[in-house]
Design a protein around this ligand. Sequence first.
Ligand SMILES: O=C(O)CCC(=O)c1ccccc1C(=O)O
Ligand SMILES: [Mg+2]
Length: 327
Amino acid sequence: MITELDNPFDQLKRVFAYSLPLRRKFRRITVREGLLFEGEAGWGEAAPFWDYDAQESSRWLRAGLAAATTAFPAAKREQVPVNVTIPVTAPEVAAQLVKESGGCTTAKVKVADPGSSLRGDCERVAAVASALGPQGKVRVDANAAWDTDQAVKAIGELQAAVRDGGIDGLEYVEQPCPTVSELAQVRRQVEPKIAADESIRRAEDPLAVARAGAADVAVVKVAPLGGIERAVEVAHESGLELVISSALDSSVGISAGVAAAAALDHLDHACGLATVALFTQDVTKESLLPTAGTLPLRRIEVDTTQGQDAPALAARWQKRLKEMMRY
Ligand SMILES: O=C(O)CCC(=O)c1ccccc1C(=O)O
Ligand SMILES: [Mg+2]
């Protein structure tokens, strides 16, 4: 659902707020909301989570404005391989999500959520591995939930679980612990590769993790870094293996992620950009959902005919936009 706001920008044609229900809870969120910008170059999105303050959110605003007003960068590829994202859910449901993923051969399984146990995480990982088959790849994302001892133990058990499911080992473990020094410690003690996400997107210095040798893989997100240009720059400067991932955006935000992934010198792993499947609706008639495990590089046209009156949604985003614009 979308609703039009007052447009405070000379460089934009129209501004909307959107609200999209999730199929199931994801990181404690059940509804995703954000802003959509129509500009000369197309549509852009700014959807900072509600627990982000105005200053941190202002980078998301910059990313959305840039997407609407400037062309996508030159592309090195027209298709981007993506992973299916598996939230905390029963093993049978997880296996079903793999089957319905639009041909994804890589899965990212959320683990260490407040609502999950290590045992449940292992069962889900094994079910996902056997649904993918032996040629598939499984990565897990702990969202910084573990200390180093918990991480080493959990990663050992998850590694065994993926082997129970018929796959050789985990592709990588995303953000097992909060700090760069913990990541470095865990990396020395476990078999799978370590990927950094929060240590890049929420850090004052997004390249500190790379300099510390604390990760093998950089998970790079367009909106939290302030736009495609900066995301591509951070990715290249990291010198790490690269993945572009979504922040649970509508198809508009996803299209900017695909554009960043398409512009990279090297793309080493499937990208976390298949998250439109987690919503029950979208802001466009042509959702960016995978076929044959890939997403195409293209602009998204917002379906403005679905615009409706939603005074509460409009009011809270008009206020938030004003706050973000101060930075
Ligand atoms: O990478 C993916 O597969 C999906 C994106 C994802 O997991 C995510 C979505 C919103 C906020 C945080 C994260 C995350 O990677 O931690
Ligand atoms: Mg992550």
